[in-house]
Design a protein around this ligand. Structure first.
Ligand SMILES: [Zn+2]
Ligand SMILES: [Zn+2]
Length: 489
């Protein structure tokens, strides 16, 4: 009985709130509209609108923790709707003014100004141009971090938009255009929107939200440091230390849909360099030297048996690619050495370690078998983007409330890499994908990220705002993770 009454109360509350949302939407779309006029014609509608206005008043006053998750999601949705025009405007401004990695000076300024206006504690210049905002809620609770990356790419935009990028610069000695061809403009605008949304709920937030605007996700210019690893080295995950971290990336699948995946989502990326050393001789007298070209052929074949023959591919995929072979200057000289360059991708830290050991062994022994030697160096570039399974399971309902249950699905592996993975090595994290392809896009031919024709359908932006705001608030309301998660080894 008691339960039925409280359920009824919740239903009435949600109904009032839904009406409030619809009136707000109407006022946003048609500011001159008179929302009460239809009520003169229909008493039942008038009652509905009185409820709606009561809902509006309650929405401003109701303490958040008294709300059900659905009511909280509805409150987030109405605020996201009200903010949407601003989010679109920020995204277009950022899109028109893209900046390369470690050069995000204007972007960082826009972000920092915004966070300061919202009354946050703001730190700038983190890992060169990174910005961190701290929003302390009015109630005690855990700490959650939200991350967006801010950098663009040396790509000349080919999308015909009024706000398309006309920026040009020099990159590695070449004249290039600059474009937000990976959608980081959308990520930054979405997180600015989430910052404003949550700042408006500050008094009722049980805990702290840390907003991390990160430079140089795409990689740093030669000789520089930057990105997530440098932000961490400069203390972004300390004082306060987040209990969980969330982030998203736009990809060209159905607009407004969300994909998630527990455990390995995006690959680790390691740079492989092998120098195969022989002894130079006349091409007509190979016996007088040691041929590193033939040795390299053996090394490459041996490397290809690692993924195909030596690791358990039922657990997760892996890739060993040789992308460059450099050796020799003319047809009748056996050179001294050959340099092979490649990349290694994995989705599991144990498999990554195992493959590194096997690459070293295969190269050294295959070269050794023909009398040559191999020096193997592996530079670890990006870790596995590893979604904590317990955190992922806990947060899927939040994603469903943000996008609609039928729009949230389990995604596949992505062999590209993300330096969000560095945060996840230290804090349980969840990284999700947000669809930005227009409904009429052909999945087989739609332009991928990094293409000069990469296109973001802006109808995804409010879904992104709802998703990150919902993840943060639901996490804070649920309290810290029950089991000590700690850093993943
Ligand atoms: Zn990218
Ligand atoms: Zn990206």
């Amino acid at each position: 009985m008691h339960r039925i009454q409280s359920l009824r109360r919740v239903a009435a509350w949600e109904y009032g709130l839904a009406c409030a949302v619809s009136i707000r939407r109407m006022l946003t779309l048609h500011p001159q509209a008179m929302p009460l006029r239809p009520c003169l014609l229909a008493p039942r509608l008038a009652h509905a609108h009185r409820l709606a206005l009561a809902g509006l008043a309650l929405a401003a006053a109701a303490p958040l923790q008294a709300q059900t998750p659905d009511a909280l999601a509805a409150a987030i949705a109405s605020r996201a709707d009200a903010l949407n025009a601003k989010v679109v405007a920020w995204r277009r401004d950022l899109h028109e003014h893209p900046e390369l990695s470690n050069r995000e000076v204007r972007t960082a300024g826009v972000v920092a100004d915004h966070l300061r206006k919202l009354g946050m504690e703001v730190q700038t210049g983190v890992a060169h141009t990174g910005v961190v905002g701290i929003l302390r809620g009015g109630k005690p609770g855990p700490v959650v971090a939200l991350r967006a990356d801010m950098d663009a790419l040396p790509v000349t935009e080919e999308v015909d938009l009024p706000f398309r990028s006309r920026v040009k610069t020099e990159y590695n000695g070449q004249a290039v255009g600059v474009m937000h061809a990976c959608g980081h403009d959308a990520h930054t605008a979405i997180l600015m929107g989430v910052a404003e949304l949550l700042a408006g709920m500050k008094a009722d937030i049980p805990g702290t939200v840390k907003f991390i605007f990160q430079p140089a996700e795409e990689g740093v210019p030669a000789g520089e440091r930057g990105g997530a690893a440098m932000m961490i080295a400069e203390g972004v995950l300390e004082s306060p230390k987040p209990d969980a971290i969330f982030g998203l990336h736009v990809f060209p699948f159905a607009v407004g849909a969300i994909q998630y995946r527990p455990e390995g989502l995006m690959a680790s990326s390691d740079q492989l360099r092998i120098v195969v050393r022989g002894r130079q001789t006349h091409g007509a007298m190979p016996w007088a030297g040691i041929d590193p070209i033939v040795a390299s052929a053996q090394v490459i074949n041996a490397l290809q048996t690692i993924v195909s023959r030596q690791v358990d591919l039922t657990k997760s995929p892996a890739i060993v690619t040789i992308g460059s072979i450099q050796g020799g200057v003319r047809n009748n000289i056996v050179p001294d050495s050959v340099v092979l360059l490649g990349t290694i991708r994995t989705f599991d830290q144990d498999m990554r370690t195992q493959i590194h050991e096997r690459v070293k062994r295969a190269a050294e022994e295959a070269a050794g078998a023909v009398g040559a030697s191999a020096d193997v160096s592996i530079i670890q570039q990006t870790a596995v983007t590893y979604n904590d399974p317990a955190l992922t399971a806990r947060m899927v309902p939040s994603l469903e409330r943000a996008a609609g249950a039928d729009r949230v699905s389990l995604g596949g592996f992505t062999t590209t890499a993300e330096d969000f993975s560095y945060f996840q090595e230290r804090v349980p994290g969840l990284f999700i994908f947000l669809g930005v392809a227009p409904p009429d896009a052909n999945p087989a031919t739609v332009a991928p990220n990094h293409s000069p024709r990469f296109f973001v359908d802006e109808r995804a932006l409010p879904v992104g705002v709802r998703a990150l705001a919902g993840l943060a608030l639901d996490f804070l309301h649920g309290g810290p993770m029950p089991a000590p998660m700690g850093a993943r080894q």
